[in-house]
Structure formats: C-alpha cells, structure tokens
Ligand binder design. Structure first.
Ligand SMILES: [Ca+2]
Ligand SMILES: [Ca+2]
Length: 181
C-alpha cells in the first residue's frame, strides 16, 4: 500500500507541473484568435476604357487581434477584363502587382470590429456586354497561434448571400451619357 501511495504521489508530482506548464503556454500565447470577413463593392465607369474603383472593407469580429502573420492577409486577382492600376489601404501595406493583375495586403486588424479599407482602381479592357466578376480571398488566424490557417472570400453586400462575388457588366461607350443622365 505504502508503495502504491508513493507511486501515486510521484505521478501527481510529475503530472501537476506538466499541466501547469501547458496552461502557462496557452496564457503566454494570449491571442484567442481572429475572425475576419470582407465586403467588396464596385463603382465608376463600366464602359470599355472606363475606370472602376473597388472598395474592400475587412472586419475582424472576434476578441483576438489579427496579426500581420507570414503570408498575405488579403489577395485579389483581378479578372482578365480589367487592368489593375493601383491599390491603397487605410492601414497596413497594400501592393498592386500590375504584371499579374494581383492586389495583396499585409497588416494587423484590431479585435471586436477593427477594420481596414482597401481602395483598388482598375481600367475596363473588356468589350461591351462582358460580365466582370471578382472576389478577394482573406486569410486569417482563427486560433491565434501566429499562422493564417483560415480563409474566406469577400461578399457583395448588395446581393443576398453571404459570400457573393462582386459583378458588373461592361457597357458600350455610347451608352455612358444615357446612364449618367
Ligand atoms: Ca502577413
Ligand atoms: Ca492560426
């Protein structure tokens, strides 16, 4: 019996510090994780040769901050009917790689409703009547461990679903005055 007690105590002495160490590690990590979603709208001149502006708003609804982790937190490859001109952001770093028609963003987003707004400008190069559909990809750290393991896509808030692409149809140049009036 005495031997059993000693064994039990030895195991307890071994196990307790391990549990304490694990709890400490979780505390030190400290980030409960982010949950980032994004909306994307488009405005401008939809005729061939016209300039359109996409507004992307990234929002972090969770209690954990989104850190600037390895890799892009946002990526948007514009479709062939558009030529990328520029991209800017209200915080972090937006990059416009014209050669690949790709916008990327890196940065942090505060918890509980923190936002960053990206403004992307592009020129319509498709002929009239072309449906131009575009959706950005968001990468975020849902478990707060320093890597972006989670992803979602942007949503057009003017369309009913949760993750709708943002779509417009290019118009003939001659119709522009009609639409402006
Ligand atoms: Ca990053
Ligand atoms: Ca993670």
């Amino acid at each position: 019996m005495e031997g059993m007690h000693r064994l039990a105590r030895a195991i307890a002495l071994l196990t307790l510090p391990l549990a304490a160490t694990a709890a400490l590690a979780a505390n030190e990590r400290g980030n409960p994780g982010a949950s980032v979603s994004g909306t994307k709208t488009v405005a401008g001149s939809f005729n061939t040769g016209g300039t359109v502006t996409y507004t992307v708003i990234l929002n972090n609804a969770a209690t954990g901050a989104q850190p600037d982790n390895p890799g892009n937190e946002f990526t948007d490859v514009l479709p062939a009917g558009l030529t990328l001109d520029s991209a800017v952001a209200t915080s972090g770093t937006a990059s416009a790689t014209v050669a690949t028609n790709t916008v990327t963003w890196n940065g942090t987003i505060a918890p509980l409703g923190g936002q960053v707004t990206l403004t992307i400008s592009a020129t319509v190069n498709a002929g009239a009547g072309t449906m131009i559909s575009n959706q950005g990809t968001i990468s975020f750290d849902g478990d707060g461990n320093g890597t972006n393991e989670s992803s979602t896509v942007t949503d057009d808030p003017n369309v009913g679903g949760a993750t709708d692409a943002t779509v417009f149809t290019s118009t003939p140049v001659s119709l522009q005055s009609f639409y402006v009036d």
